[in-house]
Design a binder for this molecule. Sequence first.
Ligand code: ATP
Ligand code: MG
Length: 272
Amino acid sequence: MNTKIESHWDGSAPATGHMLQPGLDISHKVVLYLDDISVSFDGFKALNNLSLTIDAGELRCIIGPNGAGKTTMMDVITGKTRPDSGTCFFGQTIDLTRMTEPEIAHAGIGRKFQKPTIFENHTVFENLELAMKMDKRAFTSLFAWLGKEGRDKISDTLRLIRLDHEADRLAGLLSHGQKQWLEIGMLLMQEPRLLLLDEPVAGMTDDETERTGELFKSLAGKHSLVVVEHDMAFIEQLGGKVTVLHEGSVLAEGNLADVQADPRVIEVYLGR
Ligand SMILES: Nc1ncnc2c1ncn2[C@@H]1O[C@H](COP(=O)(O)OP(=O)(O)OP(=O)(O)O)[C@@H](O)[C@H]1O
Ligand SMILES: [Mg+2]
């Protein structure tokens, strides 16, 4: 009787007392569907019938003028803001509008805020260890001994975020860019399927920005990424499809060269 449910189950550990979350169904190759989403703040429409889809494994860039609704879109996806209308699905089956923020994180959506939320008084290694132990899917507690598998996972992540030589350094002593990478590493410890990154290279040096681009490109495929940025050189480096938001809806979509040549995009965003 349970065969159907089990075939949807992604293998992660069910936490007792929690509702069993079905696994992510990307059989249609789409990881995220937003359809006709509207959000108003005191009558002002921050999102206005916004529809877009993100393919599984895609690296998507979202651009648009200040106030276009980019951050609000991420707030809707992560359950921080409830849409007034519209639907928001993670894969084919997971209705994000019915879930709380922790449930959405647990289902596999990780979000990076602009200000890194790392533990400054702990080492880089300990930050990743804490992130792993906060993952409710893992059968570990904060006090559990970290097994070889856990240590290997931390080492792999340290290499990926280029902090393998800083493992024993206090996180508070890292450069701004390194702190951002550490926070991305902490998100990765929870193995998210979809990563939302709001202005991830703001304040980074050119060199850090380029390394961040390389990191994101290496994460695409295994993860799906939605990156909000104003830095055009960075978006060009990422090379993915670009969606232009304006007044809460999609104004244009395509490769960077095409949207940059679109007169409507030039008028509302690039020409200014
Ligand atoms: N909690 C809120 N209450 C009232 N208005 C809000 C709230 N959150 C966002 N807004 C408004 O909604 C609009 C969209 O804001 P949002 O932060 O999504 O824009 P954005 O595209 O992320 O802009 P930026 O590029 O400056 O970050 C703005 O006019 C903003 O002032
Ligand atoms: Mg924003």
